[in-house]
Ligand binder design. Sequence first.
Ligand code: MN
Length: 145
Amino acid sequence: MTLKEYQEKRRFAVTPEPAGEVKETGERRFVVQRHQASRLHYDFRLQMEGVLKSWAVPKGPPEDPGVRRLAVQVEDHPVDYIDFAGEIPGGQYGAGKVEIWDRGSYELEGVRPDHFDFVLHGERLTGRYTLVHTRGDNWILLKRR
Ligand code: MN
């Protein structure tokens, strides 16, 4: 795992985002950050393999069973990003306000390269979810019945 892409996109002298490092803590946490960038979206992040595996979900993660949402995979983020909220300055990558929309822990039920099954234990999001790769950077995030 590497944060090279994450770090190359940002200027840490300007943005309040953490530079971070890969660190395996053994925890399984998730966060959803509401990101009012040029387009509003929700960043869904799962802590695994020393980083936060990350997807941008334009319509937000599903709260009801059977609902499927497009989730576009983006660069791995540092584990420290799990607590980040604030304003990314204008002109910087991802400029705009970031708020924590939900957070909690998860259990991994099954993992294959293109398919994760997990159970979320958040304030808003609870229950069984699946992330499945479709093509390119596109995945589907769905709440299972
Ligand atoms: Mn974002």
